[in-house]
Unconditional design. Structure first.
Length: 343
């Protein structure tokens, strides 16, 4: 009988081959990046992890609202933060302006503004705060060239023809705007000054109503931005005869020449940008601008704006604060020279 101490140890079994991953394990591996906190995955972190509100002074459905909602979605993708559009209407913009100006300077409130705020400042309106002291410029969003559109029944095919037609009938034609002191009102005043024609002003509560009356022939011309009248133009209910861009034609209307192409020196823009409460820390402003630059670089985002007729400015090349200052100076001069009083 062999001694048990003479037994050879049994060979160890070969290492087991790794088996296939279970569905659950594979899903966890694939989802691992998504399980990180959103801010950890952000391309450009926002300086606050609290929800951010974008204050719009007009009702949903307009150009400012369109821009704000597209930006909110894009910033959520870039930063991982939550962005909410807040429509604060009333007081010809003053309600929303005040809400933003009086907010805490903590990177959680941005005002989506357009030319109307510098116009109010130029007119000396009592808006409950000071543009120069209580808000500071952050970033330009978009610039639209106003479209000169007429009723198709008018016997004109271009801006020069319309000017000649209007000059032959001084004071007989009417233009619509969305209110006294609105950008559409003052831009049409500038066009009259540039051409020497004389038109009568009809003030509406909104551009949609003005466009309806233009289609019906109650007014003969107006200067909206493209998104306001895109449907009527495409359907043939309104005729575009010029765009006011200083550069090339806009991609949305490639066959419509600029005013300058037609020999008329008129190139005014309707722009939109972001303002923050004064006192926002410098490092927070820099972080917001970095996130906004990353958002604006998105190809699909830019294409969506360009298809709406907008140019997307480079906020780093042209500081938005310079634009705001120029606008205040421009409208101060226009209001004085055209003798326009805004209540």
């Amino acid at each position: 009988m062999p001694d048990q101490h003479d037994r050879r140890p049994e060979a160890a079994p070969p290492p087991a081959r790794p088996g296939p991953l279970t569905r659950r394990a594979a899903a966890l591996l694939l989802a691992a990046p998504a399980l990180l906190p959103r801010r950890a995955r952000a391309q450009a972190p926002w300086p606050s992890d609290k929800p951010v509100r974008l204050v719009v002074t007009l009702a949903p459905g307009g150009t400012a609202d369109f821009l704000a909602r597209g930006l909110a979605q894009r910033l959520q993708e870039v930063t991982g933060n939550s962005f909410v559009v807040e429509n604060r209407t009333g007081g010809s913009g003053a309600v929303g302006w005040q809400a933003a100006a009086r907010a805490a300077p903590d990177a959680t409130t941005l005002l989506v503004m357009d030319n109307s705020l510098p116009i109010a400042a130029a007119a000396g309106r009592d808006i409950g705060f000071s543009l120069a002291r209580d808000l500071e410029a952050v970033w330009p969003l978009a610039q639209y060239a106003p479209i000169v559109v007429v009723n198709p029944g008018l016997p004109v095919n271009d801006l020069k023809g319309f000017v000649d037609f209007a000059k032959a009938r001084p004071g007989a034609l009417f233009y619509g705007s969305n209110g006294i002191g609105s950008v559409t009102h003052l831009q049409t005043e500038l066009l009259q000054a540039a051409t020497g024609m004389r038109l009568n002003h009809v003030s509406y509560r909104g551009m949609a109503q003005a466009a309806t009356d233009l289609v019906a022939g109650q007014v003969q011309v107006m200067l909206p931005v493209f998104p306001t009248v895109a449907g009527q133009i495409r359907g043939g209910a309104l005729k575009p005869i010029a765009v006011s861009t200083p550069g090339p034609r806009i991609p949305a209307l490639p066959d419509v020449p600029s005013a300058r192409e037609q020999g008329i020196d008129f190139a005014e823009g309707t722009w939109f940008g972001l303002m923050a409460p004064r006192g926002t820390p410098r490092d927070a402003l820099a972080a917001m601008q970095a996130a906004l630059a990353a958002a604006a670089a998105g190809e699909a985002y830019r294409r969506r704006l360009e298809e709406s007729g907008a140019a997307v400015p480079d906020g780093r090349a042209a500081p938005f604060g310079d634009t705001v200052a120029r606008e205040v100076a421009l409208w101060t001069r226009v209001l004085r020279e055209r003798n326009i009083a805004i209540e």
